[in-house]
Design a protein around this ligand. Structure first.
Ligand code: UDX
Length: 453
């Protein structure tokens, strides 16, 4: 099939390259001409495991190409995916500007008996597919037969290629049985279950999935706080919860909470939509509020470990919103840095991330030194906060923490380190939802943790 994808972000590119790999001819289009120029030269503008190889393989085979003019895509392609960004402001209103801009540029195609399909992959408010349909039908001449469907995307950053080839499910929202059949056949080579439904249900299924994940994470974080206050060990509690098949083991990790380009914006959008139609989502609202409190909670823990933070040097390990990506959008690490500098103006902050350093340098205040290695960030630090659980942080030996840092005090904001092993070797490692165990080399004196003399 001839396809096009409008929007060459991670979702659009992984989808386009994925379908090309299945043998289809795909053009990926983006109005960002510099991005398209990079892609045409085989350069992937973001860090996404496996995507470069997939793109290069299919470009070389002539199945994948790039362009910057969305106007022409329906002249050639029978199926057009729309995968543009739908950002949400603080009010929760989702901006559909990029979607309308794409739709309004689509040009008519010559008389033909092949119907075209426009499939919306972007996360959108419920009812958007119908609005797109009436707008497009109002613009295009009568001979242009087009079906608008909702095929929400559930892929995650950092594993988009794997998620394309092994989807948890494929949801096809359409009002046409023929289109459902055609798209079911198209997706049949992928292993996930295929669910054909109406367009509004497909749109809500996506918003509800992200909201459900957010609620699960905030639940985990609140139980972890309760564990800290009652002397229980949250990782053990989570392990037990996860063994119940009705609950499941995923998305129960406590820490600095959820960030990224989807969960924060989609929860805000769901809450706003729900308010507008009079079906308030009190649980999701509470999950959003609980998530927003986590950076402050971490700063308070730090305050209990080092006195007068504004005279101290603190290293932040990890800046991306999760490991495996260089994306810093709504990253908990950045909210943590904002909270630290708000409460302790003058604090010396260093930061290191294996992939997101360049992106972070552009947005962090100049007072934060973004370093090129963990060693450089940790050098002479009075404490460190692990904000993103990159694998390389797990391999830092206790001796290096002791050698590099002024005081080896690690606040492990993702329970990523082996706290018991580090404590046994003289490093203070304080996790989330667990009682701090002090190494024998440390004592608490005058409101802070200090080495025994
Ligand atoms: C999410 C959805 O998972 C995906 O289905 C959708 O298509 C897009 O949004 P993504 O934004 O890539 O994907 O990140 P995800 O892996 O879901 O993690 C979101 C955030 O939650 C991260 O900041 C992560 O660190 C945090 N998280 C995740 C936790 O704090 N605890 C957990 O147990 C799991």
């Amino acid at each position: 099939m001839k396809m096009a994808v409008i929007g060459a972000g991670i979702v659009g590119l992984a989808t386009g390259a994925g379908f090309a790999d299945l043998g289809h001819t795909v053009q990926c289009v983006d109005i960002d001409t510099s991005k398209i120029a990079q892609l045409s030269r085989g350069i992937i503008p973001y860090y996404e495991p496996g995507l470069e190889a997939l793109v290069l393989r299919n470009t070389a085979a002539g199945r994948l190409s790039f362009g910057h003019d969305p106007a022409k895509v329906l002249l050639e392609a029978e199926l057009v995916f729309i995968a543009v960004g739908t950002p949400t402001g603080d009010t929760g209103e989702m901006s559909l500007a990029a979607l309308w801009s794409a739709i309004d540029r689509l040009e008519a195609w010559p008389q033909s008996d092949v119907r075209r399909i426009v499939a919306i992959k972007s996360t959108v408010p419920v009812g958007t597919s119908e609005r797109v349909e009436s707008r497009l039908r109002g613009r295009l001449p009568e001979h242009c037969l087009v079906d608008i469907v909702s095929i929400p995307e559930f892929m995650r950053e950092g594993s988009s290629v794997r998620d394309f080839f092994e989807p948890s499910r494929i949801v096809i929202g359409t009002s046409s049985a023929d289109v459902a059949e055609k798209l079911t056949q198209l997706h049949q080579r992928l292993p996930g279950p295929i669910l054909a439904t109406d367009r509004r249900s497909a749109e809500l299924a996506k918003l509800a999935a992200n909201a459900c994940l957010a609620v699960k994470i905030s639940f985990a974080n609140e139980i972890a706080a309760l564990a800290e206050q009652t002397g229980a060990d949250y990782p053990s509690v989570a392990h037990s919860l996860g063994l119940d098949p009705r609950i499941g083991p995923h998305f129960l990790a406590a820490g600095l909470g959820f960030g990224g380009s989807c969960l924060p914006k989609d929860t805000r959008a769901l809450v706003r939509l729900a308010d507008e139609v009079g079906a308030p989502q009190t649980l999701v609202e509470a999950a959003v509020r609980a998530n927003a409190m986590l950076p402050l909670r971490m700063v308070r823990k730090l305050e209990a470990a080092i006195s007068d933070p504004r005279r101290r040097k603190v290293a932040i390990l990890g800046l991306s919103f999760k490991p495996g990506t260089d994306d810093i959008r709504e990253a908990p690490a950045l909210r943590l840095i904002a909270e630290l500098t708000r409460r302790h103006p003058g604090i010396t902050l260093t930061a290191y991330d294996p992939e997101a350093g360049a992106a972070a340098r552009k947005v962090l205040p100049s007072s934060v030194t973004v370093c090129d290695s963990a060693e450089e960030a940790l050098k002479d630090a009075d404490a460190a906060i692990l904000a993103t659980e990159w694998r390389e942080f797990r391999h830092i030996p206790a001796d290096d923490f002791k050698k590099w840092m002024n005081r080896p005090i690690i606040m492990d904001g993702r329970n990523a380190l082996d706290a018991a092993a580090l404590n046994a070797q003289g490093v203070v490692c304080i996790g989330v939802g667990r009682l701090p165990v002090l190494p024998k080399e440390f004592i608490r004196r005058a409101g802070e943790l200090v080495p025994k003399i």
